[in-house]
Write a protein that binds this ligand. Structure first.
Ligand code: PRX
Length: 633
């Protein structure tokens, strides 16, 4: 690991170098890897089209950089540690050599079932080692994976299959999640009634519950690998070939397929992993995310494995069978780096200190936070009670589109400041702009967060619709990538992320587009129109508050409210279910017909003391009705 930053001075020097000579900076890091053909140019780019090509013309296979590159030194080192949902079941440990063998076998099984380079494969699986094996096997044969979080509904799954025209689904019979057992295969069967492109479904036996296996289409995982060789010749890929598509919500329409390509993503996830977490060779690292999200891709699977780390995967939930489960696991495996979400911290904070006191937590060296702003109270609680005041807390800001951590303390290297993501990683050039796109220089400024120069794991396109990528990220402010987040640079020059400035709600660290939830609500035959906003939630960060206009139904409001909640759950999944549904006779609209969300947000937040100017409303009288309906009079 030649490229681990070792001191504050080193950070400053590297940062300056990364800005003045970005190609040299990234070229040197990329030399850590094995390339089948070297690049002709480190970077070719413009943000107008946009086009970002990193390590241009080079050829490689990402998995060769985990396996062939590392096996001479890491064959017997544990690559994946797996803790099951039930603490009394057996855990699993796979060495790099074993993981390589499992990857090759499954890669061969996918090929034998018709998957070729470039084909799209959906992974809809629980948090088991096979989910990581599936991702790596796709990368091995040049197939493009798209992991769909297994909590999404059948229609959300069908939408994603249809958008990327996937050929195969990898799934399980059922999933264990805390005390629940989720019939995943049945969800896949339902989704496939709305799709036409899936040829094969490979099913891992996990819960043992009975499932329908469609002849000619569905194969058990164990049968698929039974006769496969444990050797596999890696497909030689272009640097800019697609590694994966990951769907994420935006402020408009359907979720978009964020595309990441191979070489840049490989270099950046490795580089950011070793630097942010300061991983050392014998450490055990644990990220509690799910592989269905970008955090699971970059910091459970790719980043750690490219760095030869031991990465822990956990199948269950933080409170099962007891609220000390996380802390129990940390002691059990002597976890050194622990990376979780503020929502989990806030949810566990509610149980007080008793569940923690049984455990020493003395293996911990670094603790991390991701996915949403961490409030100061949660920051201090986490730092004092879990990090025992001695572990640096890395508050890592990044996005599905950035592929890797962009703004974060480097553990023990750059200073910590509560609730601040603090400073950019070397190679990252953040800019704060006002509404017109003017750069706000100096300290004590607040505005919209943009990035002015590409980094290797930047989004390449939105699958099947390049213009959407251009419009969403590269058109708001000319010549810059726009993140959708607000940010403040404080008097010390440290960055504090303020949250989304668009119509995206962050619920428990999960991104939900308001338009997506509204579309689901509007599917109800009695709903005429709806509007969805976020409101501050003590545990989830933000909750979803929906307003719906219904036609002349005789149903009581309470019935409509629960039907609407159930419908959203069915169409998108439990994470999108509104916390509150308020039935209204109209929505506050401007003369041009635009819903004035500002007012709806205020009501949802129970803060109606200053509603601002409502004189431009077409129907000002509705405001009072809504306030009354919300019980805020
Ligand atoms: O609003 C920011 C918030 O999460 C958004 C990205 O969501 P997603 O693509 O699902 O990726 C989450 C995991 C990287 C961002 O636009 N966000 C993420 N990390 C932080 C954060 N907000 C504040 N502080 C963070 N550390």
């Amino acid at each position: 690991m030649n490229h681990k930053i070792s001191s504050l001075f080193d950070y400053t020097t590297k940062y300056e170098n990364s800005i003045s000579n970005p190609e040299d900076f990234w070229g040197e890091i990329a030399e850590d890897f094995h390339w089948r053909k070297p690049w002709s140019k480190v970077l070719d780019w413009n943000f107008e089209e946009p086009k970002m090509e990193w390590f241009k013309d080079s050829k490689l296979n990402l998995t060769e950089n985990i396996f062939e590159r590392l096996l001479s030194t890491h064959a017997d080192k544990t690559a994946i540690l797996w803790e099951p949902n039930d603490p009394n079941s057996d855990s699993v440990s796979l060495t790099y050599a074993e993981l390589f063998e499992a990857t090759c076998k499954f890669a061969n099984a996918m090929r034998a079932n018709g998957i070729e380079k470039g084909d799209r494969v959906i992974i809809y699986m629980p948090m088991v080692p096979e989910a990581a094996i599936a991702m790596l096997a796709c990368a091995r044969i040049g197939a493009v994976h798209s992991v769909v979080f297994a909590g999404f509904s059948s229609s959300a799954l069908a939408d994603r299959i249809n958008d990327c025209q996937a050929k195969m689904v990898l799934t399980s019979d059922g999933n264990f999640r805390g005390s629940k057992q989720i019939p995943v295969k049945a969800v896949v069967d339902e989704a496939l009634e709305k799709t036409t492109t899936i040829e094969k479904v490979i099913v891992l036996k996990r819960t043992g519950e009975p499932v329908n296996m469609k002849t000619g289409r569905d194969i058990w995982w164990s049968d698929a690998i039974a006769d496969q060789s444990s050797e596999n010749e890696a497909e030689v890929m272009d640097a800019e070939d697609i590694l994966f598509i990951l769907y994420t919500s935006g402020s408009t329409g359907q979720p978009k397929g964020v595309v990441h390509s191979i070489a840049g993503y490989m270099v950046y996830t490795y580089y950011s992993f070793i630097n942010v977490f300061q991983y050392e060779e014998s450490d055990v690292y644990w990220c509690t995310a799910d592989v269905g999200w970008i955090t699971g891709h970059s910091y459970i699977v790719y980043g750690p494995l490219l760095a030869g780390a031991t990465t822990l995967m956990f199948e269950g939930v933080p409170t099962y069978p007891h609220p000390g489960r996380f802390w129990e696991i940390i002691d059990k495996y002597k976890v050194n780096q622990f990376y979780t979400a503020p929502t989990a911290i806030r949810a566990l904070q509610v149980y007080g200190l008793e569940p923690i006191e049984k455990y020493t937590l003395d293996s911990l060296k670094v603790i991390g936070s991701v996915g949403e702003p961490i409030n100061e109270e949660a920051w201090h609680w986490y730092h004092e009670n879990i990090g025992k005041g001695r572990c640096p807390l890395v508050d890592t800001w990044w996005q599905t589109e950035t592929g890797g951590i962009m703004i974060s303390p480097l553990a023990g290297i750059t200073p910590n400041k509560p609730a601040h993501a603090s400073l950019p990683l070397p190679g990252v050039q953040p800019v704060i702009v006002d509404a017109e796109g003017n750069e706000l220089l100096g300290n004590n400024v607040e505005g919209n967060l943009c990035i002015r120069f590409p980094w290797p794991s930047i989004i390449r396109t939105t699958y099947g619709d390049h213009n959407r990528c251009k419009e969403t990220y590269f058109s708001t402010y000319k010549g810059m990538y726009f993140t959708g987040d607000g940010v403040k640079r404080d008097h010390d020059g440290y960055l504090r992320i303020l949250g989304r400035v668009d119509d995206v709600i962050n619920v428990s660290g999960h991104r939900m587009g308001t338009a997506e939830v509204e579309n689901a609500i509007n599917e109800h035959p009695e709903v005429v129109e709806s509007a969805v906003v976020g409101f501050p939630h003590p545990i989830k960060g933000q909750g979803i508050y929906a307003y719906a206009i219904c036609n002349s139904s005789t149903k009581p409001n309470a019935e409509m409210e629960s039907e609407i909640k159930a419908l959203v759950r069915k169409i998108i999944g439990p994470i999108a279910k509104p916390e509150h549904v308020q039935i209204v006779s109209d929505l506050p609209k401007t003369r041009s017909g635009k819903i004035m969300r500002r007012i709806l947000r205020k009501v949802a937040s129970k803060d109606v003391s200053s509603l601002g100017d409502t004189s431009t409303l077409l129907n000002p009288e509705i405001v009072e009705e809504i306030i009354k309906g919300a019980g805020l009079e």
